[in-house]
Design a protein around this ligand. Structure first.
Ligand code: NAG
Ligand code: NAG
Ligand code: NAG
Ligand code: NAG
Ligand code: NAG
Ligand code: NAG
Ligand code: NAG
Ligand code: NAG
Length: 537
């Protein structure tokens, strides 16, 4: 596989010299069978989503993955816990296999929550539904709780002199999020190297530094049961894949550098769409999901769900697990992506605190509900128990703090702070930025090599999306924005699809346009033009 940026790859992946020689060993070797000991303790049934305790009266934040990586102790605990969960026996309720399997395939019954007749081969998740953001909230809390428990246990395995330090770190463990809309640090890609750079990763644990299978790179089924993914090529792959090549081959490998390039080229679009959702979608119904609501106004075809879809399809690529709702949760990227979606939801809630779930008919069935059934703020978010015999509802999860976490941007729930964060993170491709890039190029054109505007350089000023003719954007004090609202029936092709819009002349065969043959700079032209992937009626 090609490195994304060779300099970065080297600096991050310098492997410590003291690697234990564990040929074939892909999970961390703790020196004794700690897994079995831990497993015996995990007997509470049904699994209740309790949320996590605060630490010294404060709720720890879920942090951006690149921030977490800078916190060495927590980063190592996270990798070890994630890997542990992926190596937990697939039959256990808390295994990666079982928890990912709540979402879609294999259509299992989890926690004893039975399917309604005829729906036993589909998952519990809600999409194209008023419950899209709220159902995923306790789902993520369940992942968080399982990983937290494992992290506490791993911390206890450190030698006595380190135990207190790691015990303290483990208490503040929360899931990381992956912010795919923020401009990544200079010289790096939207997809962090930790998630796609290498199938192996060095971790420092209670038994020293070892190289393990990178739990953020893929999930390997243990064992693989081909009948849960009946279609070719999925039934030949014992591991999740992103942008798999050669396509349809049992020997396909993930091409994460392709995924990274594609995400980079689309990041200006993610940013603009996200900004637009924060600025112009005050109503929960249109913000939250991609169903067409009959009374909805025609200007709000986008939604956080539609934007979330784009990340799925671009990260999975054609025939990657992430591109298929029913298969997507097995890829570890799903978890970090959805934590970011939950964070965006929490930020939006601070801005528009009075708008929330209203009754709407479900478009699709789920494990426990039928299409057409009315869903509202009191609908049980199955299979997530809040105590022995009741389920969480949207009303109960309205405040994310009920699960014992927060996010950096919403820790004070202060509107001004959320707005400041949005302006800091998501305006690099705004009209003002286009104007700044224009000035920068002009000053350069005048032989002025200094970077302009006092504080900010514009190393990316030559990106296509910042190269619009200035008078096409500005008209005196006003500026123009173009939003292409595309209305399609999602299911027409019975599969995932992308819609490309071109500024200018489309290539002769548009189907070949946007994968291998175009440079990122060319694809970048689409940054401003790819809009919502439609709503469903
Ligand atoms: C970004 O990185 C490039 C190449 O690594 C370097 O030339 C440039 O000065 C950097 N820009 C900033 C703002 O750090
Ligand atoms: C494989 O999955 C199918 C469908 O979920 C199930 O019926 C079968 O028992 C599984 N086989 C094994 C060996 O687990
Ligand atoms: C997964 O599939 C690959 C390619 O077919 C094979 O080489 C590998 O041994 C398999 N791994 C396991 C754990 O079955
Ligand atoms: C992976 O993607 C990169 C970047 O798009 C491309 O240059 C390379 O040929 C691809 N590799 C394979 C094996 O398809
Ligand atoms: C939306 O557009 C359709 C077709 O142009 C029109 O018939 C309908 O009245 C519009 N609805 C609203 C709420 O603007
Ligand atoms: C929304 O407002 C309620 C009542 O004022 C408050 O309790 C809650 O914390 C607020 N939620 C957010 C996300 O700002
Ligand atoms: C929940 O069920 C367990 C096992 O049946 C029982 O021990 C526990 O007391 C119950 N908790 C509550 C709050 O009812
Ligand atoms: C999609 O599936 C339906 C029902 O199985 C079938 O009638 C239709 O022809 C399919 N459409 C396409 C484009 O394959």
């Amino acid at each position: 596989m090609l490195p994304f940026r060779s300099a970065i790859l080297l600096s991050v992946w310098l492997v410590p010299t003291c690697l234990a020689s564990l040929s074939g060993q892909k999970r961390y070797d703790y020196g004794s069978d700690v897994h079995a000991r831990f497993q015996r303790r995990q007997d509470y049934i049904p699994p209740i989503v309790t949320g996590l305790p605060s630490v010294d009266g404060h709720l720890p934040s879920r942090r951006e993955i690149r921030e977490l990586e800078k916190d060495e102790d927590l980063w190592n605990l996270f990798l070890l816990a994630l890997s542990w969960m992926q190596y937990t026996d697939q039959a256990m309720w808390s295994s990666w296999y079982k928890i990912a399997g709540i979402h879609g395939a294999p259509g299992q019954t989890w926690g004893g929550v039975e399917a309604i007749p005829g729906n036993d081969n589909i998952g519990y998740c809600h999409h194209v539904s008023i419950l899209f953001p709220t159902w995923h909230r306790p789902y993520l809390a369940l992942y968080e709780q399982i990983l937290y428990d494992i992290a506490q246990y791993i911390a206890s395995l450190y030698p006595p002199e380190k135990r207190e330090r790691f015990g303290k770190a483990a208490k503040s463990f929360r899931l990381p999020y992956w912010d795919w809309a923020a401009t990544p640090p200079n010289g790096t890609t939207v997809l962090p190297l930790s998630m796609g750079g290498d199938p192996n990763i060095a971790v420092s644990g209670p038994n020293g530094v070892q190289s393990i299978a990178n739990p953020l790179f893929s999930y390997s089924f243990k064992p693989f049961n081909a009948s849960i993914f009946p279609e070719i090529p999925f039934n030949t792959w014992n591991e999740t894949k992103r942008a798999p090549r050669p396509i349809n081959s049992p020997a396909a490998t993930s091409n994460n550098s392709f995924v990274a390039r594609t995400l980079d080229s689309q990041m200006p679009s993610f940013q603009q769409r996200l900004y637009n959702l924060f600025a112009n979608y005050p109503d929960y119904t249109s913000f939250s999901n991609e169903a067409w609501i009959p009374t909805d106004n025609n200007g709000t075809y986008d939604s956080i769900e539609a934007l979330h879809d784009s990340i799925h399809t671009l990260s999975g690529g054609a025939l990657g697990h992430l591109s298929i709702i029913q298969y997507s949760a097995f890829d570890p990227l799903f978890l970090l992506h959805h934590v970011n979606v939950d964070r965006i939801f929490a930020m939006w809630q601070v801005l528009y605190n009075d708008s929330y779930v209203v009754p709407m008919p479900a478009i699709y069935p789920s494990h426990t509900s039928a299409a057409g059934q009315i869903q509202d703020a009191g609908t049980a978010l199955t299979p997530f128990f809040s105590d022995n015999d009741t389920f969480w509802t949207s009303d109960m999860v309205r405040d994310h703090e009920v699960f014992g976490y927060t996010y950096p941007e919403v820790s004070t729930k202060n509107r001004v702070e959320v707005v400041a964060s949005i302006n800091r993170l998501y305006t690099h491709y705004s009209p003002a930025s286009i104007a700044m890039a224009h000035q920068w190029r002009q000053s350069r054109g005048n032989g002025n090599t200094a970077v302009t505007d006092g504080s900010r350089s514009r190393p990316d000023a030559d990106r296509r999306s910042l190269r619009l003719p200035i008078n096409a954007v500005f008209d005196g004090e006003d500026y123009y924005e173009w939003i292409a609202n595309v209305r399609v029936k999602k299911d027409t092709l019975n599969d995932s699809f992308m819609i490309y819009l071109f500024l200018g002349i489309a290539p002769g065969d548009p189907s070949t346009c946007c994968e291998e043959s175009l440079s990122p700079e060319d694809i970048d032209g689409l940054g401003i033009s790819v809009a919502a992937l439609g709503k469903q009626n």
